[in-house]
Design a protein around this ligand. Structure first.
Ligand code: SF4
Length: 169
């Protein structure tokens, strides 16, 4: 089968809300409609690991970026960032198109705009070092799988379709 050679990088919980801090899950499993948009365009998915889950497991409490920002937690995020850069570089070297990175707005770990999360800080630093420019999209805090969300889904569809245009950090 001919490959479309298009890949998107997703924060872990877009595909698996089971890793989210308990009271904050916004879907039973995945953000199905976000994911469906991706699948419908024949885009492959690289799922980043969830650093908070790796660090504190499922029974963790909601915490701020300041709470998380310890040597050990940053080390976990640096390791994930470093292995992710290897994945991204290999795709680019093999002429795959990286559609972009999708983070979670206001997450102490995966937020991109506003107060940047710790994983995204480490990942974006490495992208800068490698002079790799990617586009970004964030799932807003009001997205829920059961909600209306038409505007967000339409923006996301544009993000997926309008490749090579703006939206880089
Ligand atoms: S750390 Fe990132 S992937 Fe994990 S639950 Fe929080 S926002 Fe989602």
């Amino acid at each position: 089968m001919h490959r479309a050679k298009k890949v998107i990088i997703l924060s872990h919980c877009i595909l698996n809300q089971n890793t989210v801090v308990k009271p904050l899950a916004r879907a039973k499993g995945a953000y199905n409609r976000i994911v469906k948009n991706i699948l419908d365009l024949d885009i492959g998915i690289h799922q980043l690991p969830c650093p908070e889950y790796l660090f504190l497991g499922l029974d963790r409490k909601p915490m701020s970026k300041k709470d998380y920002d310890s040597y050990t937690y940053r080390k976990i995020c640096k390791e994930i960032a470093s292995s992710s850069i290897k994945v991204i570089k290999e795709y680019i070297n093999q002429q795959y198109e990286i559609i972009g990175i999708v983070g979670i707005n206001c997450s102490p770990t995966c937020s991109i705009r506003g107060e940047r999360g710790i994983l995204m800080e480490e990942l974006l630093k490495l992208l800068d070092d490698e002079k790799i420019k990617l586009r970004f999209f964030e799932i807003p805090t009001h997205y829920t799988e059961a909600g209306e969300n038409q505007e967000i889904l339409s923006e996301f569809h544009d993000f997926l379709s309008m490749r090579n245009k703006e939206n880089s950090k």
